[in-house]
Design a protein around this ligand. Structure first.
Ligand code: AMP
Ligand code: GLY
Length: 420
């Protein structure tokens, strides 16, 4: 098979590599991709992930068997529908189904309607009403932009001042444009977080191994929210009974509910969950593979990944077998300053010496030398598997040390929560 992966991050690098482990895959096109993922079998092309027309033409031209769409923006633009209309099979939700990620208000109303456990909330388009509700509720409280905001549209406020400021930023100063014209104000939930992703096809749900992301920029979960600074899988301190409960009370009803809403979901449904005293509750749904969760979860899939997707696309039962022993850990190397302003085009020193799996995200090859330069906030992720978290950390941080350079930073405590 020849497969097209749409996207350019570490997630798409991991997807492409995993597809290539399959005997049935001859070639993967990752578009636009990045320079760091180019290999004999992964080709990249400079077509924007939002240029649907050019992507459809490309898929036709290369006669790809099917497509996987990685990021949320093209999914919400309806890229899967565009491929469908052109008679090309694409794995990912339709525009209608992707709304479960694209509108937090939609997701909250959907959860209410189908009794899916989540924090209590109200949605607002009027600032004064939102302000009153905030005063009534008090802190801690969570303010969320309704639409996509690249993971930055959520403010967890412990002070009323902070909450009001967030509300003003979003509603009065249009911090996220249209995306924050509507906001969701949600009760604060306290507990351990984990990410539960599943392959979904209509009402059918096939859960993956769980993972834990580290959203805050700095050690000890301090600092601003980011796209994710590192992850690991599985998560030993989250009991299997909790995972089973989440599959039963959240994933199945969500898949069923989407069918009932005429928004039948096909693709990866990602539930960001928090374990409360009352059981697991939803923080957010995403309509795609998580990044960086994918980079630590997919390596644990023992089954043929390309066959799983091919089976799902042809309505056959997929075979899913996961690695049960050991732990897979991934740490992100980020540009100094991220998630705020950061410089690009800094040489990634030491990369050639790293003896572990590297998934490239924001990198590009320097024209003259045989080195890579940074080209984004999250630059790359280094990944390692070991018997225990202690061993995984030792193995991985030895490699991260080789990348140390004042232009970059990484968190030293990814996975520490899993050590008892
Ligand atoms: P999101 O972008 O929706 O994943 O939210 C970013 C982060 O904000 C999450 O990973 C949580 O740590 C935090 N968060 C979001 N909603 C809540 C909530 N209701 N209670 C507590 N923390 C939350
Ligand atoms: N790691 C969280 C996300 O992909 O949204």
């Amino acid at each position: 098979m020849k497969i097209l992966v749409v996207g350019s991050g570490g997630r798409e690098h991991a997807i492409s590599k995993k597809l290539l482990e399959s005997n049935s895959v001859e070639k993967v096109f990752c578009v636009p991709g990045n320079d760091g993922m180019v290999s004999d079998a992964i080709e990249t092309y400079a077509i924007s992930e939002t240029d649907a027309k050019a992507l459809v033409e490309f898929a036709k031209d290369k006669a790809v068997d099917w497509v996987i769409v990685g990021p949320e923006v093209p999914l919400l633009n309806g890229l899967v529908d565009d491929f469908d209309a052109a008679g090309i099979k694409a794995f990912g939700p339709s525009k209608q189904a992707a709304l479960i990620e694209g509108s937090k208000d939609f997701a909250k109303q959907f959860m209410k309607k189908y009794d899916i456990p989540t924090a209590e909330s109200e949605s607002f388009t009027n600032y004064d009403d939102a302000y009153l509700y905030l005063q009534e509720k008090g802190v801690p409280i969570v303010i969320k932009a309704d639409g996509l905001a690249a993971g930055k549209g959520v403010v967890v406020a412990f002070e009323m001042e902070e909450a009001v400021l967030a509300l003003k930023d979003m509603m009065l100063d249009s911090k996220f444009g249209e995306a924050s014209a509507k906001v969701v104000i949600e009760d604060f939930l306290d507990g351990e977080e984990f990410s539960l992703m599943a392959f979904v096809r209509g009402e059918k749900v096939y859960p993956m191994a769980i993972a834990q992301d580290h959203k805050r920029a700095y050690e000890g979960d301090k600092g601003p929210n980011t796209g994710g600074m590192g992850a690991y899988s599985p998560v030993p301190h989250i009991a299997q009974t909790i995972v089973d409960e989440a599959v039963k009370s959240i994933l199945f009803p969500a898949a069923k509910g989407m069918v009932a809403e005429n928004r039948s979901f096909s693709g990866i449904l990602y539930a960001g969950l928090i374990v409360t005293k009352e059981g697991p509750k939803v923080i957010e749904f995403n309509a795609r593979f998580g990044d960086p969760e994918t980079q630590v979860v997919l390596p644990r899939l023992k089954s043929d990944f390309a066959k799983v997707i091919d089976d799902l696309l042809h309505d056959r039962e997929p075979m899913l077998e996961w690695e049960t022993g050991g732990v897979t850990l991934g740490v992100v190397l980020a540009s100094a300053g991220y998630p705020e302003e950061y410089a690009k085009e800094k040489v990634i020193t030491g990369l050639a010496d790293v003896e572990a799996e590297v998934y490239h995200a924001g990198t590009k090859r320097a024209e003259e030398d045989d080195v890579f330069l940074s080209n984004g906030g999250r630059v790359l992720l280094v990944c390692a598997t070991a018997e225990s978290m202690v061993e995984a950390q030792a193995k991985l941080y030895k490699e991260m040390k080789k990348l140390e350079n004042p232009n970059f930073f990484y968190r030293m405590d990814i996975g520490t929560k899993a050590i008892k």
